[in-house]
Design a protein around this ligand. Structure first.
Ligand code: SF4
Length: 485
C-alpha cells in the first residue's frame, strides 16, 4: 500500500510542478532583472522584470553579409569572416546554453549575424533546433533575398519531413540596402514593395504545402533620406502578411565608411509620427513599455477593417487595471511556446488563486470590444479572419562614441557625470536586447556588443575563419548573387 501511495504522491508532485504557472527559474530571472533596472524605468507600464526578461540575440556566429547597407552595424572585418556551419552551431550552442542558465528556460532569441541565409539550409535548421532545445523561440534575421527552395530546405528535411511546425523570420527591407537580386540600387522605398510582398508569399506557400505557420516581422532602417517615406511603407506593408513593423532610426555604429550625416535628426517621435500618418490614426503606445523609452517604443495590437487597435489603451481605467493584474498574476507565464491544453491548466491555476481575475478580464474584454465597434462586428470579423495581430516598434540604437565610454565606466562600476554618457548608462542598464559571452560570464547589451566588442571579435574571427577556405555553399551563394546583379 505504502509504495502505491508514494507513487501517487510523486506523480501528483510532478503534475503540480509541470503545471506551475511560472517556472521557478523564470521567476528568479524576472526578479533579478527587476532589481537591476534603474528606478526611473520601473513604471507601471514596464514589462521587463514583470513579464519578460527581454530579447536575446546571437553574435559572432556568421558575421558576413552579401548585401551592403548604409549604415551597416557590422564592423569592418565582418565581411572577411567565412561562413562556417560548424563554427555557427558550436557558438549558438554555447551562447544559448549560457542564456538559458542566466536568464531562465524561456525567451525570444534572434538568430542574427550577418545574413542568416548564407548558412546552408541544414546548418540554419540545426541552429534553430539548438535554440529551441534551450527553450528559446528563435527568429531568423535576414535581408529576405533568398528563394523558396532555400526556405523549404530549412523547414523540411531531405526526406520531406517537417522539421518545425512554426518559424519566425524578420526581414529587413529598405532603400538604403544595396545588392538585392533584381533591384541592386532601389531609389525609393516603394521600389521594394513587390519584394516585401514576395517574401510573405514564400511563407504562405510553405503553410499551404507543408503546414508550417510563420510569424513575420518587417524591419527598416530610417535615416533623413527615407524618413518621409515611412508612412508610405506603413500603408503598403500593413496589408501584407507581416505581424510586426519595426523601425530602427540609424545610429553611428559599426562600419564608419558607411555613415552619413544627419542620423541624430531622426528620433523616435519623428518615426512614430510617420507610422501614425501612414495609418491615418493615433497609435497608442503608453500602456506597455519594454526597457527604456529612449530605446524602445512598442504598440501591441491588431488590425481589423482599416483600423489598428491596441490590446491595452492606457486611457481606459479597466484596461490599465487588466494590464496591472496581468503583470501581477500572469507575468512570466510562457504563452507562446506552451501547448494550449497545458497553458489552459496554468492559467486556470492562476484564476483559482485569484478568481477576481475573471471579472478583470471580462471588463477588459468588454472595453476592447466596445472600442472595436461591438461584439457582433468583432465576432464576424474573427470568423472571416479579418483580425490580424500587428505590433509597431521603433528601436533606437545608440552611437558608438557614447556607448564606448559609458560601457567602460559601467564595467568599472563608475557612474558618469557627463549627462549624455549618464543617459547612455541608464539605457544600457535597462537594455531589452542581450547577447551572451559565456567565455567571460557576461551578458552584454547589443549596443555594447556592436559598439565595443564586435571590432575585436570580428578581427579574431577573420583569422580563425579566413575567406580563402570558403565553404561550397558560401562560394555558391556569392556566385549566385554576382550573376543576379
Ligand atoms: S541599450 Fe541599445 S540594444 Fe539595448 S535596448 Fe537600448 S538601444 Fe537597444
Amino acid at each position: 500500500m505504502a509504495p502505491i501511495r508514494s507513487r501517487v504522491f510523486t506523480t501528483l508532485r510532478r503534475v503540480v510542478r509541470a503545471t506551475r504557472p511560472v517556472d521557478s527559474r523564470t521567476r528568479a530571472a524576472l526578479d533579478r532583472r527587476w532589481s537591476e533596472l534603474p528606478e526611473g524605468v520601473k513604471t507601471p507600464a514596464q514589462a521587463l522584470g514583470r513579464h519578460a526578461v527581454g530579447c536575446e540575440g546571437t553574435h559572432g556566429v556568421f558575421p558576413k553579409c552579401n548585401l551592403t547597407c548604409t549604415p551597416c552595424y557590422h564592423s569592418v572585418d565582418a565581411n572577411k569572416v567565412r561562413v562556417d556551419g560548424e563554427h555557427t552551431l558550436r557558438e549558438v550552442e554555447s551562447q544559448m546554453a549560457f542564456l538559458a542558465a542566466e536568464r531562465g528556460p524561456r525567451a525570444h532569441a534572434q538568430l542574427i549575424g550577418g545574413e542568416v541565409s548564407l548558412l546552408s539550409p541544414e546548418d540554419h535548421a540545426a541552429a534553430l533546433k539548438i535554440m529551441r532545445d534551450h527553450g528559446r523561440e528563435p527568429m531568423s534575421f535576414t535581408h529576405g533575398d533568398f528563394d523558396y527552395d532555400y526556405l523549404r530546405n530549412v523547414v523540411v528535411d531531405a526526406a520531406g519531413r517537417r522539421r518545425f511546425r512554426r518559424v519566425s523570420f524578420a526581414a529587413h527591407f529598405d532603400s538604403l540596402m544595396r545588392g538585392r537580386r533584381g533591384i541592386p540600387r532601389p531609389r525609393r522605398e516603394s521600389d521594394l514593395s513587390d519584394y516585401r510582398r514576395r517574401f510573405t508569399e514564400m511563407f504562405a506557400r510553405l503553410r499551404e504545402e507543408h503546414g508550417v505557420a510563420a510569424y513575420l516581422a518587417h524591419n527598416m532602417t530610417v535615416t533623413p533620406e527615407n524618413l518621409d517615406e515611412v508612412s508610405d511603407v506603413v500603408r503598403d506593408v500593413v496589408g501584407m502578411d507581416y505581424s510586426m513593423l519595426s523601425f530602427q532610426p540609424a545610429a553611428f555604429v559599426g562600419d564608419s565608411r558607411r555613415w552619413h550625416d544627419g542620423y541624430r535628426d531622426v528620433d523616435i517621435d519623428a518615426v512614430w509620427q510617420q507610422i501614425e500618418r501612414g495609418l491615418g490614426q493615433r497609435v497608442a503606445y503608453g500602456a506597455i513599455q519594454f526597457g527604456e523609452p529612449r530605446c524602445n517604443r512598442t504598440a501591441l495590437g491588431f488590425t481589423f477593417g482599416d483600423h489598428w487597435y491596441p490590446f491595452v489603451d492606457a486611457d481606459v481605467d479597466a484596461e490599465v487595471r487588466a494590464r496591472d493584474d496581468f503583470y501581477a498574476h500572469l507575468g512570466g507565464v510562457n504563452f507562446g511556446g506552451t501547448h494550449p491544453a497545458l497553458l489552459a491548466i496554468r492559467v486556470g491555476r492562476v484564476l483559482l488563486a485569484y478568481p477576481r481575475g475573471y471579472v478583470v478580464a471580462a471588463r477588459w474584454a468588454g472595453s476592447l470590444v466596445r472600442r472595436c465597434g461591438g461584439v457582433r462586428l468583432l465576432f464576424a470579423a474573427l470568423i472571416r479572419r479579418e483580425v490580424h495581430p500587428m505590433t509597431f516598434v521603433v528601436h533606437r540604437f545608440m552611437d558608438a562614441a557614447d556607448v564606448a565610454p559609458a560601457w567602460a565606466m559601467m564595467q568599472a562600476g563608475t557612474p558618469a557625470d557627463d549627462p549624455a554618457i549618464r543617459a547612455t548608462q541608464e539605457r544600457l542598464a535597462a537594455c531589452t536586447y542581450t547577447m551572451a559571452h559565456p567565455e567571460t560570464g557576461k551578458l552584454v547589451p547589443a549596443c555594447a556588443q556592436h559598439s565595443v566588442l564586435d571590432p575585436d571579435e570580428n578581427a579574431s574571427l577573420r583569422k580563425l575563419l579566413p575567406l580563402s577556405v570558403a565553404t561550397g555553399h558560401d562560394v555558391g551563394v556569392r556566385a549566385q548573387s554576382r550573376q543576379a546583379r
